[in-house]
Design a protein around this ligand. Structure first.
Ligand SMILES: Cc1cc2nc3c(=O)[nH]c(=O)nc-3n(C[C@H](O)[C@H](O)[C@H](O)COP(=O)(O)OP(=O)(O)OC[C@H]3O[C@@H](n4cnc5c(N)ncnc54)[C@H](O)[C@@H]3O)c2cc1C
Length: 360
């Protein structure tokens, strides 16, 4: 019987398999969305594509060095104010999701980990191990896989979280309905900072990802097309100056997803599957990598229950800061006052950015 099956081959699932392989575990990853030649394309997903310094460091520790653009810090802007702060440690990096996926997949393949084009369909467990029924990406049943443990990294709407009954009550009506849309523009980046443009409608993130491409992610509770949402950020619209769209619009949400627990017997949850607050502070990948490391350590020590505590330790800071910022900027007055307030007390802004940026 293999040691571990990882359900989901997004960034956190692939990193999980690398941590496991580095500890000598025998691991298989399941990912149904892989194309026939995944090394060529890489999986895409709606994302702001800014990897925080702690995430860049964690990737380097796994031998993964994805191509992208160095990010020196964060800049907040509204119509009348702007404030920026540098990361006090090393730089972050803007990386196209496809490039990140390709780099991770290359490392995983080089380590000899099997990545199967299968979806987990059902899961049963006893005192000795886990049995996972699978479906083939093109339909039809796949093989049943046995492992001592399973780690689910199957994303925001994790089917595993649901199947195990680990999902917590959904947020109250009218709350938590924020989602994100992203598209890329063919224009040289004009800043080495991730820009966060604030308006009453939401936030627009601009992340440099290549010498001639910026990614634009809009976070909002409005249900409107990307182009209409972009029009609510006149300075950004002007700056883009009719630059061509170089990717299609992709969306994800609602952001707010909760898990009552992250451990159910021999199965544990990592990444977005383990619960998510909002993309507002852009640290999902960095936090997910830290969770992956801790989950593998707990299972390698045959102590899955230990992961719950480790998860809280590596997640609470980002979770609390993100929740506080979402809450403070929900009322229109909060949105209006945020950028001027950050400009007035730059020390607090710097402290918050650093708290999110540093390694976990
Ligand atoms: C608009 C937006 C902007 C964001 N901006 C940033 C940012 O700037 N920086 C940052 O760090 N984070 C950002 N995030 C968050 C970041 O994208 C996520 O935290 C990250 O993708 C989580 O990775 P994951 O591997 O947990 O999940 P995912 O990337 O969602 O991967 C899950 C994988 O599981 C697979 N899967 C699903 N079901 C099954 C199944 N049954 N069997 C097998 N596999 C399955 C899916 O195909 C998928 O590939 C943003 C998110 C959004 C939506």
């Amino acid at each position: 019987m293999r040691d571990l099956v990882v359900i989901g081959g997004g960034p956190v699932g692939l990193a999980t398999s690398l941590y496991a392989a580095h500890l000598g575990l025998d691991v298989t990853v399941l990912e149904p969305r892989l194309g026939p030649d995944p090394a060529e394309t890489g999986l895409d997903k709606a994302c702001g594509e800014g990897i925080m310094p702690g995430g860049v460091e964690a990737l380097a520790g796994l031998g993964v060095d994805p191509p992208g653009m160095a990010i020196k810090g964060i800049r907040y802007l509204d119509r009348h104010h702007q404030v920026q702060t540098p990361f006090s440690g090393g730089p972050g990096r803007g990386v196209r999701r496809t490039a990140l996926h390709r780099a991770l997949l290359q490392a995983v393949t080089a380590t000899g980990v099997e990545v199967a084009r299968l979806a987990a369909a059902d899961l049963a467990q006893d005192d000795h191990g886990v049995s996972i029924a699978t479906l083939r990406a093109r339909g039809g049943h796949g093989p049943a896989l046995q492992a001592r443990y399973a780690i689910a990294a199957d994303g925001l709407h994790s089917p595993t979280r649901r199947a195990l009954g680990l999902g917590a009550a959904p947020p109250r009506r009218g709350r938590g309905s924020r989602h994100g849309l992203r598209r890329h523009s063919g224009i040289p980046p004009w800043s080495e900072h991730v820009e966060v443009h604030w308006s009453q409608m939401g936030e627009a993130y601009v992340t440099p990802v290549a010498p001639d491409v910026v990614g634009i992610a809009i976070l909002t509770d409005r249900r409107e097309p990307f182009e209409a949402l972009l029009g609510s950020f006149p300075e950004l619209w002007e700056r883009l100056d009719g630059a061509p769209a170089v990717s299609r619009v992709m969306g994800a949400g609602p952001f707010r997803q909760r898990a009552a627990r992250r451990v159910a017997g021999r199965v544990v949850l990592v990444g977005d599957a383990a619960g998510y607050v909002d993309a507002l502070t852009g640290e999902g990948i960095a936090v997910g990598l830290a969770q992956a490391r801790e989950a593998v350590r707990a299972l390698a020590a045959d102590h899955p229950d230990g992961y719950e505590r480790a998860w809280r330790r590596v997640t609470w800071r980002a979770s609390a800061l993100t929740q506080a910022l979402v809450w403070a900027t929900r009322p229109p007055a909060g949105r209006r006052l945020l950028v001027p307030a950050a400009a007035r007390v730059p020390g607090v802004f710097r402290w918050s950015v650093d708290a999110l940026a540093r390694p976990r």
